[in-house]
Design a protein around this ligand. Structure first.
Ligand code: SF4
Length: 76
């Protein structure tokens, strides 16, 4: 599935959890904030696990085709 991954850099606390979970997708930039380097660099489940691993919920994952927000789960 094509995923649109965004990192809220002002929220990121540079914990590195996302990089550890999916290093081909997330890397820390020069300011030690997470950057999406390849949104197709890992299976969807791994990318979602990385988003879940973020202690401050700085990562948002959206299905690019349908626009459905996959993480964090949309409030009903
Ligand atoms: S897990 Fe969250 S806080 Fe940690 S580096 Fe990744 S985006 Fe930043």
């Amino acid at each position: 599935m094509a995923l649109k991954i965004t990192v809220n850099k002002s929220r990121c606390i540079s914990s590195g959890d996302c990089v550890e979970t999916a290093p081909a997708v997330f890397q820390l930039d020069a300011n030690e904030k997470s950057d999406v380097v390849n949104s197709a660099g890992a299976p969807d489940a791994t990318i979602l696990a990385a988003a879940r691993a973020c202690p401050v919920k700085a990562i948002t994952v959206v299905n690019e085709l349908t626009g459905e927000q996959l993480f964090p789960p949309p409030k009903k």
